[in-house]
Design a protein around this ligand. Structure first.
Ligand code: ZN
Length: 657
């Protein structure tokens, strides 16, 4: 455990709430303490309202905030006297508790207070910190965890047997605190859940947290009996793109909606998946209850998704009958996959969800390995974890989302993605919730988008090895391919046929036709596994229906590409893959058109640049974004029953009409 307190930085904090933010972030910076929204902190302050009345206020972490990045606005101010009175009730349903918390917040627009707010209110100390420290989970998730906790802490902490989070836990903590606490009490251990520390200053509470967790660390170091023989580093077996895509398809079918899948073959994940006792240690349950909401109770071991779903259904029926309330089964798709061939797979509706699953499982492995070294990992019972998984409050929270994202869980691939129409296509797919593999010959594509749901790969589409590598990387990152936008192309300057060289002709054909044939061929095994059917959009050109003089190679190449796409529409309809074609014209905000080229062309026709830009029947300027939005819509439900279509995007052209 490393202690990160910096007194000079702490001294710079203007008030106690700022100090609360500072030390919360210190905890949040250590993923072995809190992970993705786990844990919470609070401070009790005295404030005067506009009428001059004084109140005690509990500032407690609001839901939806991570300790790592929390700001003052992320704390919900709740009336402390009211919270303490609530705690004196014998019973309070969790739904009612949430309602009471929300209606006693003292600032409009504040986030919903943590469901552990009452627990924070009950502790008499000014500062309260709560984490799900891996090291505590490792000790408490063992057969004799309670004995070990006493061995580590003696009476320095209050020990709470496991109770599900919510009002009952707050009551249990109040009861046990009253019974066990004394002047020297420094914290509270919640079995199979986490740890609280508290103090009169931010520093005292923070440093107690670190010191308490460090004692668990020292205990583990002394008592770990695992003497595993060092083996050679684990090796991933070769898994094909189609195998990964098939697994993703099966997971999506189980979920009833498309899921992304990422594959992680790092040494630690592979070694865990290849443990001889993996079936035993991985099938116990999660390390702390709230992980069950993100990862499901158990990982899928090996590739039999149908069997996993059948087991899940039995688990649900068994536990729903016990719980005795009407419940609807959640989507039963596993979110964690362990496979000795490739290590760890993480499934999610978004890249963010997958990242959370990966991080949680990485820490779960740490906990399991540490517990195993103490003699055996033993998670909460199936019933306890079920109660959290089917906790109505959490269900409501998970269901909350923003605007509908029609391509959530889907993967797009766009060529020529670093500029112009391609870049706009990436944006249009992202805006609809897809993750995108962005290919471009320009290496800038690797950093251009700067977000985790875009995998930018520098790739010359005429290089088969580079394309294969790009597809490998794309499948490893997102699990497959649903949407393919073939946009990359070259447009050489005007050359009449009598001066057109074989080399120039061949180069245009290589990029505009051959490369797209190769990509279509390589993407087909992935597209046919897309849960909602693969969709391909080919960026053609006005030059297909209306070629221009001086553009023989370009016009011929786009005509060949169009014909290729039409045959693909014929051949792949039986695989559920739709292939449609857009024919843009005069899209000037692309890399092909510099201001100088535009001015020269306008002069050639004897019109102004402005006239040249809108030189079509509707007198409108056609932009990259217009083409990209249409390309994205062609992948959407509006075009569900359309394949092999060719659509001009050109503001109207007499020669095309
Ligand atoms: Zn907790």
């Amino acid at each position: 455990m490393s202690e990160r307190w910096d007194e000079s930085e702490a001294a710079r904090q203007p008030d106690e709430l700022a100090l609360r933010v500072y030390s919360s972030r210190l905890l949040g910076r250590d993923p072995s303490l809190v992970l993705h929204g786990g844990g919470n902190t609070s401070v009790k302050l005295r404030e005067t309202d506009v009428l001059g009345d004084e109140h005690e206020v509990l500032y407690v972490k609001g839901s939806g905030w991570d300790l790592e990045s929390i700001q003052a606005g992320g704390f919900a101010p709740v009336r402390l006297d009211y919270l303490r009175r609530l705690a004196s009730l014998e019973r309070l349903s969790d739904a009612q508790m949430v309602s009471e918390l929300a209606t006693h917040v003292m600032r409009a627009g504040a986030p919903a207070p943590s469901v552990e707010a009452i627990l924070h209110a009950l502790l008499p100390h000014r500062y309260v910190d709560h984490t799900h420290a891996d090291l505590l989970l490792a000790v408490t998730n063992t057969a004799d965890g309670a004995r070990r906790i006493t061995e580590i802490y003696g009476t320095d902490v209050v020990v709470i047997p496991y109770v599900m989070p919510g009002f009952d836990l707050a009551r249990a903590c109040a009861r046990e605190y009253a019974r066990q606490a004394h002047a020297g009490t420094q914290g509270m251990v919640l079995m199979n859940h986490g740890i609280f520390s508290f103090g009169d200053t931010a520093r005292e509470s923070y440093e107690r947290m670190i010191a308490l967790v460090a004692r668990a660390e020292a205990y583990l170091a002394r008592h770990a009996t695992d003497r595993r023989v060092r083996r050679a580093p684990p090796v991933a077996a070769s898994v094909t793109r189609a195998q990964v895509a098939a697994l993703r398809r099966a997971l999506s079918a189980a979920a009833g909606k498309p899921l992304l899948l990422s594959i992680h073959s790092d040494e630690g994940f592979l070694a865990f998946a290849q443990r001889s006792d993996v079936a035993l240690v991985s099938q116990q349950g999660t390390a702390t209850p709230d992980h069950v909401l993100r990862t499901k109770r158990l990982p899928l071991l090996g590739g039999d998704v149908e069997r996993y779903v059948a087991d899940y259904r039995q688990y649900f029926e068994r536990q729903a009958a016990r719980a005795g309330r009407p419940l609807r089964m959640l989507d039963p798709a596993p979110r964690v996959v362990l496979d000795p061939a490739f290590g760890l797979g993480c499934a999610g509706r978004s890249v963010r969800e997958m990242v959370i699953v990966r991080d949680i499982y990485a820490h779960t492995i740490d906990v399991i390995e540490a517990s195993t070294a103490l003699g055996g990992f033993q998670a909460l019972s199936e019933a306890d974890l079920f109660d959290v998984e089917y906790w109505d409050l959490e269900q409501a929270k998970l269901g909350r989302g923003g605007a509908p994202r029609p391509f959530a869980g889907e993967v797009g691939l766009v060529t020529g993605a670093a500029s112009g129409i391609g870049r706009a296509c990436v944006d249009a797919l992202l805006a609809r919730g897809a993750a995108v593999i962005a290919l471009d010959v320009d290496p800038a594509v690797t950093t251009l988008f700067g977000r985790q749901d875009v995998l930018g790969v520098a790739c010359d589409v005429t290089d088969p090895a580079a394309c294969a590598n790009a597809l490998d990387a794309g499948v490893q990152a997102f699990g497959g391919l649903d949407l393919l936008v073939l946009n990359a192309g070259v447009f050489p300057g005007g050359t009449r046929i009598e001066s057109l060289s074989d080399a120039d002709w061949a180069r245009v054909m290589r990029v505009n036709v051959d490369a797209n044939l190769a990509l279509l061929r390589d993407c087909h095994p992935l597209l046919r596994l897309a849960q909602r059917g693969g969709r391909v959009v080919v960026i053609g050109s006005k030059n297909v229906p209306a070629p221009g003089p001086g553009a023989a190679a370009y016009s011929a190449s786009k005509a060949a590409l169009t014909q290729l796409a039409r045959v693909a529409a014929l051949e792949w309809a039986s695989d559920g893959i739709r292939v449609n074609i857009l024919h843009p014209n005069a899209v000037f905000d692309t890399a092909l058109w510099s201001e100088a080229v535009l001015a020269a062309r306008a002069a050639q026709y004897g019109i102004s640049v402005a006239q040249y830009r809108t030189n079509n029947l509707l007198k409108v300027e056609v932009c990259s974004r217009d083409v990209a939005e249409l390309a994205a819509e062609m992948c959407g439900s509006l075009f569900d029953k359309v394949t092999g279509a060719q659509l001009p995007v050109d503001g109207g052209n007499e020669r095309v009409i």
